[in-house]
Design a binder for this molecule. Structure first.
Ligand SMILES: Nc1ncnc2c1ncn2[C@@H]1O[C@H](COP(=O)(O)OP(=O)(O)OP(=O)(O)O)[C@@H](O)[C@H]1O
Ligand SMILES: [Mg+2]
Length: 511
């Protein structure tokens, strides 16, 4: 190849990496130019994060060559990558939970351990760093006290603050609302204008189309194509990623007729933990019929998430009654909820999965009583059931017995979902079920939700992507400040109206 024009700021040549018998990367070559947003796309397990971990110094053992600004380098650790001008936002966040926000942001920048008390000037600097991603929070608070979306923004802020020439972002918006993501996109576009190089991973098509100058697609560890974004249609991109055309999701049918609601929630109130701020939910009532898919929408802090967690007994409720299939759940705990046929998929994989346990054991975890008799676990039957459920979700992992920590992010999400399904719930509470899941698998999840609904399972769905809510739900309930402010029915769904009612604009209901 004859080289012409500007030289790349990062170039990876013939990079390969194996984990045991898994060939995660197979002779991948890729260039990142200054002033370019280069999207790295591909199915769950295609090798994207592995490539990112090589570029960020987390993996040191690999074959092939890495050049940054023309210099051939071999990083001995993340600090080396940082010094070479590569800042990384990791898919599984790299913040230290029991440390303050400021310590997380400024760590490493003074070249020494963190200080016990930060001088005012440093706290001020931390606040400025946070403001750049639209966060206005107390930098002395511990990172672990914030919800996932905030933690993800802190991780983004930290990478941006490094003012690195190269920014590597591995699904930086997977936990963000559309508004928060939009704010980040504007920042990323400014970085491009200033001549930084951005390597960006996402499973959200709208995002890829909005940001990408060029797109590289990985499949099974191999580079399938690198193309200008303008020359790659959405269909062609999907085909390159999944190796087939997607059929589209079957039309949603109305819920089957039933005599009584499956779930009745009356006067539910939930206080904020440690009395911080006002109540999360106040005096909320809601019914769900068998086979109904109901969406919960609302901005960050609207209380939508708190409803799910309070129903499942994972957040204490201050008042209210919950009736499931005619039975009152007086002091529900996650265990009694599962026993009565209600299960929650948590939006935070770090909380729901035991990373050291195998994929098999994580899937089995909530269903052990079902597969036990007289104190004996019916191992073979359990294993068959786990295999069937994970196959339905096209889980891709070297072995069901491998620790879950070795699965790619999207495949971990499938494990969490499979665990819920194995309990054979009558009511499924889903918090961002498709977080980090690739386009093909998203369709599988959508099909699955429709199929379950057809069989009479009710679904309460929280999703930050409005398109996902509008595709799957019969009804969308909008919350603001802990109260229901609007209810939209399928026939009248529109993005504009949903956004309007979430922002507390009355037109949302009237129009
Ligand atoms: N530490 C590890 N030990 C063993 N196998 C691993 C390890 N890390 C990754 N793998 C395997 O390497 C392959 C590529 O994983 P990787 O995390 O790079 O995928 P990905 O493209 O980022 O997927 P996703 O979209 O789900 O995040 C997968 O088969 C995964 O199971
Ligand atoms: Mg990944």
């Amino acid at each position: 190849m004859v080289s012409s024009g500007p030289s790349p700021i990062v170039s990876l040549t013939m990079v390969s990496k194996s984990f045991g018998r898994t060939r995660a990367l197979d002779e991948v070559s890729l260039d990142l130019m200054a002033g370019e947003i280069h999207v790295l796309a591909g199915e769950n397990g295609a090798g994207k994060s592995t490539l990112i971990r090589i570029l960020s110094g987390s993996h040191q053992a690999y074959q092939g060559e890495l050049r940054v600004a023309g210099r051939q380098l071999r990083f001995a650790g993340p600090q080396d990558a940082f010094r070479a001008g590569v800042a990384t936002i990791h898919q599984e966040l790299s913040l230290v939970g029991p440390m303050s926000v400021a310590d997380n942001l400024l760590m490493g920048q003074r070249g020494s351990a963190w200080a016990l008390v930060r001088p005012a000037a440093e706290l001020e600097r931390a606040r400025r760093v946070l403001a750049a991603v639209g966060l206005d929070i107390d930098p002395t608070r511990l990172v672990e006290t914030f919800p996932l979306a905030t933690r993800q923004l802190i991780e983004v802020a930290r990478a941006l603050a490094q003012d690195a020439q190269v920014l590597v972002m591995d699904e930086p918006t997977s936990a963000l609302s559309e508004a928060e993501a939009e704010h980040l996109f504007e920042r990323i576009e400014t970085l491009r204008e200033q001549g930084h190089g951005v390597l960006y991973i996402s499973h959200r098509m709208e995002e890829i189309e909005r940001l990408a100058d060029r797109i590289s697609v990985l499949r099974d560890g191999r580079l399938v194509t690198t193309a200008r974004a303008s020359e790659l249609s959405r269909d062609a991109l999907v085909r390159a990623m999944v190796g087939r055309d997607l059929t589209g999701v079957a039309k949603l049918e109305p819920p089957p007729a039933a005599d009584a609601p499956l779930l009745d929630v009356a006067g539910l109130s939930v206080e904020a933990p440690h009395g911080q701020g006002g109540p999360l939910v106040s005096d909320l009532s809601l019914s769900l019929w068998p086979g109904e898919v109901v969406g919960l929408a609302g901005l960050q802090g609207s209380g939508a998430a708190a409803v799910l967690y309070a129903l499942f007994g994972a957040l204490p409720r201050a008042a209210g009654h919950i009736t499931l299939a005619g039975h009152r759940l007086d002091s529900p705990s996650p265990k009694t909820c599962i026993d009565s046929g209600m299960v929650l998929l948590s939006g935070d994989r770090e909380l729901s999965l035991v990373r050291e346990l195998s994929a098999h054991d994580n899937v089995a975890l909530s269903s052990l009583p079902t597969f036990s008799s007289l104190g004996w676990l019916r191992q073979q039957q359990l294993r068959r059931a786990v295999q069937q459920t994970t196959a339905k979700l096209r889980l891709s992992c070297p072995s069901l017995d491998a620790p879950t920590s070795q699965l790619s992010g999207g495949n971990q999400q499938k494990v969490a979902l499979a665990r819920c399904l194995l309990t054979e719930p009558r009511l499924l509470l889903l918090d961002e079920p498709t977080r980090g899941i690739d386009v093909g698998a998203k369709q599988d999840v959508y099909e699955l939700v429709s199929r379950l609904a057809k069989r009479g399972v009710a679904v309460l769905l929280l999703a930050s992507e409005l398109d996902e809510l509008m595709l799957l739900c019969h009804r969308i309930v909008v919350l603001a400040r802990g109260k229901v402010v609007a209810e939209h029915h399928r026939e009248q769904f529109s993005r504009r109206r949903l956004i309007a009612s979430a922002m507390g604009d009355d037109d949302g209901e009237a129009a």
